[in-house]
Ligand binder design. Structure first.
Ligand code: GLU
Length: 258
């Protein structure tokens, strides 16, 4: 169905309720990514969770600004996060690689090209690139709004077929998420995207930066560029294989023809 994809894994998916890294969920997702990779699908992961992981590991003295806290948590958490990815991919005999980016890297032509070349070569050598924002250096003006935006930029840069945004809800819901009868919108055709915007709730989960609003915005921009976006629940077992098998899970944004 797809030959090259970006999988975005949100903080809410790989964090437990207390904010610490949920290594069990991370392992299940890596197992699925490894299967995709083995079936010949080129895969790039955009992962969040560094800040949350760091927060679960160390305590910062009172008095630090929120920017400093974020930098320190991210710098500590990123190491742990990547070590878990590397450990779980290694069980499948697959190497993964870390790419940390700031907005600046997308503004500078040379950085942009270097990053693209690096990721393309990693994929060619069967290595899975794992991208996150370089939170340790990304102060306000260098920051992405969130990793959904970063995933969108990477998808465009690598001209992938699809982006799968894994989050902690089932997709775009036609109604209030608290309403048990509200159903997930399974498909959003390109021509009608704007008419679905009314279903997007501005709420965010406690530990992550983005929300459905940015996911929707990114999906809309990608659809313009001919790239399909899926928004689905990363906690649902076998979610990636189901999406790749063409099953109707989550919300699929159909793109304009390439
Ligand atoms: N880069 C942040 C982290 O790794 C996440 C940003 C986001 O949630 O979009 O914690």
């Amino acid at each position: 169905m797809y030959r090259k994809i970006v999988i975005k894994i949100g903080t809410g998916v790989i964090s437990r309720k207390d904010g610490k890294l949920d290594s069990r969920v991370l392992k299940l997702l890596v197992d699925q990514c490894a299967q995709l990779r083995k079936s010949g699908i080129q895969t790039v992961i955009v992962t969040s969770g560094a800040v949350g992981t760091g927060r679960g590991l160390i305590t910062i003295e009172d008095g630090a600004t929120s920017v400093i806290k974020k930098q320190v948590y991210a710098a500590v958490g990123q190491v742990k996060l990547m070590s878990m990815y590397a450990k779980y991919f290694a069980k499948h005999g697959i190497f993964c690689a870390q790419i940390l980016a700031t907005k600046e890297d997308f503004r500078d032509k040379e950085h942009y090209q270097n990053m693209k070349n690096c990721m393309e070569n990693l994929m060619r050598d069967n290595v899975v690139p794992i991208v996150n924002e370089n939170d340790a250096v990304a102060v306000a003006e260098l920051m992405f709004t969130d990793n959904d935006e970063l995933a969108g930029l990477i998808a465009t840069q690598l001209n992938v077929d699809a982006v799968i945004i894994l989050t902690s809800v089932d997709g775009v819901i036609a109604g209030k998420p608290t309403d048990r009868n509200a159903r997930v919108i399974s498909e959003i055709p390109f021509a009608d995207i704007s008419s679905f915007e009314k279903y997007v709730m501005p709420d965010k989960s406690e530990f992550s930066r983005g929300g459905m609003l940015t996911k929707f915005k990114v999906a809309k921009e990608l659809a313009e560029k001919g790239i399909t976006t899926h928004i689905a629940n990363g906690l649902t077992s076998g979610i990636l294989s189901d999406i790749l098998a063409g099953k109707s899970v989550g919300t699929k944004f159909l793109p304009k023809d390439k």
